[in-house]
Design a protein around this ligand. Structure first.
Ligand code: FAD
Ligand code: NAG
Ligand code: NAG
Ligand code: NAG
Ligand code: NAG
Length: 544
């Protein structure tokens, strides 16, 4: 089927482009739409939405979570394409390329900076939204699954759990995250210490490249296959599907969520967690959520929540915690046993007893205005400095710090195996997150300036040279490309090194081979590094 598409559609389109469009109409949308409509097999109205269509806004807004990028002044796409077949993607790529219109690829729309559906420069762009390509095929007996990028991780979890109560998949905590973007940037959740990242568990993929070719692992080659497992979405092509390894989960897992305010000793417990959270049994994942709260006397204080999944029953959990983290004082009454799939709902704050069918609903996430940043910690923050951090948190309106332990499997995987580099030696990551409910610029400025300040204040306590960040928590404050015709590798190192460490250079070289003309460009796309005579010494900048 794939060969069919390449041999029929691609030359056909190119022929049409050459014959009828080189001197045609000048409106970019009309040009593009006419080009698309040349695909003999496409019933155009089924998958193309322009501002003239009544559904345009609802399709555009359907998966937008961050309202900051959904205002009347947010740049909007010329069209949204929701391909029903690979050939629709191929013709979209070829037509956009011909008319030099930018593409934004969207799977689940959770990008923190809205980069899958908007553009901060003023150039025109089209959104390619994969929501209709979301089939999931479990390969029974092989413990693998092919999942299309437009599926959510919740749908994947659901179908995996239907196959066997002993199968799971290690990916993010939020079930509405799209498989396409999530795997592209790594993807971690409650089983990260046992099985690594979602991207660590990908064994094959299908991508459509800048020339409209459909490639699998074998035909794309190991360099490109490496790059699309954690190198950040959107830079190399449209990933249409991934083949993943499913992992073993026990029939019963145990969860708990234990909250301690500062007055209840939250600070010293947190300090203890810094030393052992990454060293616990890989079956035990305890993340920490830090947020202001009101205590019994109505005073604002900090609450430290220990939020945990254990891959085993409650007796074994109590035994493990008593052994390795007795200070927590965990008791059986704090814990609940459930199936792994029920734990997905627990972590997404569904009430007890909610049907797992909600994972198939593709129910949109509540929309909010939010801003986030990330850091990694390689040495415990000195206990006497924690007081300052609590004070900074109390200065925010509605801040949340989420700290997720690494260690376990993460320590075993080499830094270069996939682009995600934060492995051995990284204790935990920090996500600073703040949301607000109203559109006023006052709220947004207040939150954004609080965030920038705490990020600045945290400098001495987090990974340095480079300071590290997680590409799936995309942050444009780290730096941006200027434009597609002049993307400088050296300029991009500022943020590229933070996300990818020394893997950034290899990502840029892969980009130079697979997309030298930089068709897949956006604010933080990987710049092409093309090894020619003049710049082959660029390696000497590697340690910048
Ligand atoms: C509420 C919430 C909770 C989250 N929880 C977690 C978590 O627990 N763990 C975690 O690791 N992350 C988490 N994330 C971050 C999430 O993993 C990233 O935002 C991820 O990139 C989202 O993927 P998406 O497909 O939904 O996003 P999109 O916005 O569709 O895409 C994100 C980026 O990938 C590109 N892209 C999307 N699809 C493709 C494709 N098919 N081919 C090529 N490029 C593509 C886009 O162009 C964009 O640059 C969370 C985010 C939110 C908003
Ligand atoms: C056209 O669509 C039909 C039915 O969906 C499909 O079988 C056929 O392969 C398609 N042809 C091309 C060239 O895409
Ligand atoms: C509530 O918080 C205030 C201020 O942090 C503190 O002084 C007081 O002891 C706390 N009261 C309780 C009951 O925890
Ligand atoms: C706690 O709240 C009470 C009543 O709101 C107030 O009088 C008191 O000063 C507060 N204490 C602290 C330590 O903030
Ligand atoms: C390319 O960008 C760099 C800075 O990133 C700038 O100094 C240079 O002038 C630009 N060149 C062109 C041709 O725009």
């Amino acid at each position: 089927m794939e060969l069919n598409l390449i041999t029929k559609v691609v030359p056909y389109l190119l022929g049409v482009l050459m014959a009828s469009f080189s001197s045609a109409i000048s409106d970019p949308t009309d040009n593009f739409l006419q080009c698309l409509s040349q695909d003999p097999n496409a019933t155009y109205s089924d998958f193309v939405f322009t501002p003239k269509d009544t559904e345009y806004s609802s399709v555009l807004e359907s998966t937008i979570i961050n309202l900051r990028f959904s205002t009347s002044t947010t740049p909007k796409p010329l069209a949204i394409i929701t391909p029903l077949t690979y050939s629709h993607i191929q013709s979209t790529i070829l037509c956009l390329k011909h008319f030099k219109i930018q593409i934004r690829i969207r799977s689940g729309g959770h990008d923190y900076a809205g980069l899958s559906y908007t553009s901060s420069d003023q150039s025109s762009f089209v959104v390619l939204d994969l929501k209709e390509l979301r089939s999931i095929t479990i390969e029974s007996g092989q413990n693998t699954a092919w999942v299309e990028s437009g599926a959510t991780v919740g749908e994947l979890y659901y179908w995996v759990s239907q196959e066997s109560q002993n199968l799971g998949f290690p990916a993010g905590i939020c079930p509405t995250v799209g498989v396409g973007g999530h795997i592209s940037g790594g993807g971690f959740g409650t089983m990260v210490r046992k099985y690594g990242l979602a991207a660590d568990n990908v064994i094959d993929a299908r991508i459509i490249d800048a020339n409209g070719r459909v490639l699998d692992r074998k035909s794309m080659g190991e360099d490109l296959f490496w790059a699309i497992r954690g190198g950040g979405g959107g830079s190399f092509g449209v990933v249409v599907a991934s083949k993943v390894n499913l992992v073993y989960v026990p029939e019963k897992v145990t969860v708990f969520s234990l909250s301690k305010t500062l007055e209840q000793g939250g600070s010293s417990l947190f300090n203890r967690w810094q030393y052992i959270g990454h060293k616990l049994s890989p079956d035990l994942f305890i993340r920490v959520i830090i947020q202001p709260t009101l205590n019994e006397t109505g005073n604002r204080t900090i609450q430290v929540i220990f939020n945990s999944l254990f891959l085993g029953n409650v007796d074994k959990l109590i035994e493990t915690v008593t052994d390795s983290f007795p200070e927590l004082g965990l008791q059986e009454k704090d814990c609940s046993e459930m199936s792994w799939i029920e734990s997905i709902l627990y972590f997404d704050n569904y009430p007890k007893g909610e049907s797992i069918d909600v994972l198939r609903d593709r129910k949109p996430e509540p929309k909010v205005y939010f801003n986030a940043k990330s850091d990694y910690v390689t040495e415990p923050i000195p206990e006497e400095k924690l007081e300052e951090i609590w004070k900074w948190c109390l200065e925010g309106d509605n801040p949340i710090l989420i700290l997720e332990p690494h260690g376990g499997k993460m320590d075993e995987i080499e830094e270069t195996r996939i682009p995600y580099p934060h492995r051995k030696g990284y204790l935990y990551n920090i996500q600073y997150f703040e949301k607000w409910e109203d559109e006023s610029s006052e709220s947004s400025e207040q939150c954004i300036s609080w965030m920038r300040k705490i990020y600045e204040n945290m400098t001495p306590y987090v990974a340095k040279n480079p300071r590290a960040a997680y590409v799936n928590y995309r942050d444009l404050d780290l730096g941006e490309n200027d434009n597609a015709d002049n993307t400088s590798y050296l300029n991009a190192m500022k943020w590229g090194k933070k996300y990818f460490g020394d893997n950034f250079r290899r990502l840029a070289m892969v980009k130079g081979v697979v997309d030298p003309d930089n068709f897949f460009f956006f604010e933080q796309s990987i710049p092409p590094l093309i090894m020619s005579e003049e710049n082959s010494d660029i390696g000497s900048y590697q340690s910048l």
